[in-house]
Every structure is written in C-alpha cells, then in structure tokens.
Design a protein. Sequence first.
Length: 211
Amino acid sequence: MNPVDHVLQTSFPSLPVPTREPVASMSAPGERLLVASNGVFLEINRPWIRLVRLLGSYAWPMPVPYGKAAEETEVRCGSVPADLVAGFARMARVALPNEVGAWITWNASTGAFRLLPLSSLSHSPSHLRYERPQLDADEWLVVDCHSHGHGKGYFSSTDDRDDQHDVKLALVLGHCHQTPSVALRLCAKGQFEVQREVPGRWLAALSAEVV
C-alpha cells in the first residue's frame, strides 16, 4: 500500500461490525467507520463524549455478513455547570454591543470544568474572529460559546463553516442586554444536531443574571 494511504487509513480506520460480540472500544481519541449490515456508521471518540451516527444505508438490501450497529450518544463528562454558562452571559453583557467568545472546557484527569475567555483578533456587533487557545494536558473543548450582542441567538452560515470540523456543543447567546435568547447544537464532524431543549439549569441561571 502507498505509505500516504497507509497513514490515512491508520488514522481513520474502517471496522466490520462483528455478529456475535460488541465492537471493541477505541483505545484513543479519534474517529472510525463501522461497516454494519444496516449501513455505514461514524464513531467519534473523545474523553468527554462518544458518538455513533449513521452515515448512510445501502441502495439495495444486500446480505452484508456483518452485525448491526445503532446510533449512540454517551456523555462522559457529566453536566456542564450552569454557573459557567451564566459567567459567559456576564462576559457578553460587558462586551456589548460587540460579540465575544469563550470556551467551556473539561479536564479528563481532574474532572474540572472551566470558562476560558477567547482572545479576539477582531470583533464588532456583527462578527467575531478569535484565536483558538492552547489547552492544558487532558483538557478538552466541550462548549464553544459566542454572543450576538443585541441581536437574536442563532447559527449563521459563518458558524456552519467554523463548526464543521469540530466535536463540541456550540452555544450562541443573543439579546444579551436582557434575558438572553439561546441557540444550542451538537457539532459532530460536520453534522449539526440542534438541541430543541436547552438545560433548565442553564435557563434558570441566565434568568437570574438579569438585574
């Protein structure tokens, strides 16, 4: 095999799903394809989350000699603290009328979350460019937060481009001068899953921040 192809396939392998035992767990963070009798699935493994999502089914019912797979979501880090979300809301109010960004991270060694402000390269009431920070060892991005100033919280086409390669929750707060409007989605390597229900603890903390 060509050495380049060998490296690429090693970094992103394909695994036939066994019929008589569970799929062996991934030994490190990364992605792989699961080839199953009911379709091809993408498995994403991070210390804080594990996801399995159907990429595509077969064009006709060919008897593929593999086991079945199923979509899964396993959140390993626990609940994101509401006070960190409220802390970002305070940052967003201070930055008005401009947009601002922050990350909520989780350390796999200590189990601790933290709110990490992002250094803006440029920002205005309608845009934000920031420098991705260097994280500590065993620290992982969980929630990528940014604000929309006085405007509505929503995901723009720019957000879609920025989020397409990441594995994270993306949070947008709008109407930051009052009780914020909230948009939340799970980003999984280009698939965006809008979360219709924002955690109630987050909403309560955001409401309590309004003076």
